[in-house]
Unconditional design. Structure first.
Length: 118
């Protein structure tokens, strides 16, 4: 599976961005798709994930109520809608894929930079 993330950019605090992650090489049916981020000087952290088949969605506490993950099966694409962005959301955002429950996220996209200014 090849993953291509896009949609990053610069935005002021309180603004919104939508990230996209397009999967190719095979269908991701049955996979769990996730978003992670890595801020400068910090370790990569989990943001959100979605189970492709049953649409179950999970979020890190720090994005609940602000971010929403979704997927478009026809386009083999997963999205991360980010609202009410904060300066602390500044990071490189990565999409990743897991073959399912119990499997690690072992497919990764290249990352897209999100910069939130005050």
């Amino acid at each position: 599976v090849q993953l291509q993330a896009s949609g990053g950019g610069s935005v002021q605090a309180g603004g919104s961005l939508r990230l996209s992650c397009s999967a190719s090489g095979r269908t991701v049916s049955g996979y769990i798709m996730g978003w992670f981020r890595q801020a400068p000087g910090k370790e990569r952290e989990y943001v959100a994930s979605i189970s492709w088949n049953d649409d179950r969605r999970y979020y890190a506490d720090f994005v609940k109520g602000r971010f929403a993950i979704s997927r478009d099966s026809a386009k083999n694409t997963v999205y991360l809608q980010m609202n009410s962005l904060k300066v602390d959301d500044t990071a490189v955002y990565f999409c990743a894929a897991s073959r399912g429950v119990g499997f690690p996220f072992d497919y990764w996209g290249q990352g897209t930079l999100v910069t939130v200014s005050s």
